[in-house]
Design a protein around this ligand. Structure first.
Ligand code: MRU
Length: 324
């Protein structure tokens, strides 16, 4: 499933706000179309918005420094966005062919996701139960994904995982996107509400938690989709490994700790007035619907990058593996 397609000099993207009910591709025409697609989450997921913005930098005429600033302001937390636009601006200043650079960023992401998936898969066993939060699959990247990468690659290699996906309030990326993506890949997926993570862990259904990241600080503090830290706390309590999977472009050594990460605030209307008038998952997606759960404590077992598996102490080991 391709979320961003560049063909014959034209770019189109899969509108993720319409999923899982409609698969529609849109061709952005002007800088506002690119900005709005990122802002409204038609294109979302940290690596995917970086790739998309790289194409915008190549395809939209005008002052490239201003364009970078404009695109970056669409979403502040995912560092891959400003990382990609900075790389494109440098390519422009160096007199490079911009579309080639954008295609390179896109292809590199496919390669990075593949490596992350291989490292991640090496930590899992056939038949494992996996919990994931939000959507860190092919839709959020280029191919395979980060958090979902080991599952999609594992499926190709004949592994059978049993995946539980948190619905991920308020925008339901777990329900609308992860369950959709895994169903399409033929992976066994069960949708749960966010407040059911504890009970599936307590019932022994989960062997590992896999999530993506939006920005990783130098000390290993990680910004992920809202609700992820609660899942980490639960995993720690139940002694379940909690893995964060992300490419090197998600690590921001300018942020010493998570306190330096700007957290995006979105319109409260998303909580009050979105979804629930339409189905939020495919008809064949199973639902597990307990009414209560048990809550407890936190930590990250390892950060899985395209360069390898990083464990604590993260300040030393992230630098070492990423050669910063
Ligand atoms: O707000 P979103 O849908 O862009 O959030 C996406 C996530 O939180 C992903 O888990 C994260 O960007 C990592 S993507 C591989």
């Amino acid at each position: 499933m391709d979320n961003i397609v560049f063909n014959n000099g034209k770019l189109k993207f899969l509108d993720q706000t319409l999923l899982p009910n409609e698969e529609r591709y849109i061709e952005p025409k002007c800088k506002e179309d690119y900005f709005n697609a990122i802002k409204t989450l038609q294109v979302r997921g940290a690596p995917a918005i970086g790739i998309f913005a790289a194409y915008a930098m190549a395809l939209i005429d005008g002052d490239k420094a201003e364009l970078k600033e404009y695109l970056d302001s669409a979403r502040p937390t995912a560092v891959n966005l400003s990382w990609a636009t900075a790389r494109m601006l440098k390519a422009y200043n160096d007199g490079k062919e911009l579309i080639d650079e954008a295609v390179e960023i896109h292809n590199e992401d496919i390669e990075m996701c593949r490596k992350i998936s291989e490292y991640g898969l090496s930590l899992l066993n056939d038949g494992d139960g996996i919990l994931t939060h939000c959507n860190a699959g092919a839709l959020a990247t280029s191919k395979y994904g980060t958090g979902l990468g080991p599952l999609l690659l594992g499926k190709e290699k004949g592994y059978n995982f049993k995946v539980y996906t948190d619905e991920t309030r308020p925008l339901l990326q777990g329900a609308r996107l992860t369950s959709y993506e895994l169903e399409k890949a033929g992976i066994d997926v069960t949708l749960i509400c966010d407040n059911m993570a504890s009970i599936v862990m307590k019932q022994g259904k989960i062997n590992a938690v896999l999530v993506g990241a939006d920005r990783i600080a130098a000390n290993g503090d990680t910004a992920n989709k809202i609700g992820t830290s609660g899942v980490a706390i639960l995993a720690k309590h139940y002694g379940i490994p909690f893995y964060v999977l992300a490419p090197y472009s998600t690590v921001d050594f300018n942020c010493k700790s998570g306190d330096d990460i700007v957290i995006e605030e979105r319109d409260g209307d998303e909580i009050k007035n979105m979804f629930y008038q339409k189905p939020t998952a495919l008809p064949e997606t199973k639902c597990f619907n307990p009414a209560f759960d048990v809550t407890d404590n936190e930590l990250i077992t390892a950060i899985i990058t395209d360069k390898g598996i990083v464990r604590a102490p993260y300040d030393k080991n992230l630098k070492e593996i990423l050669n910063d």
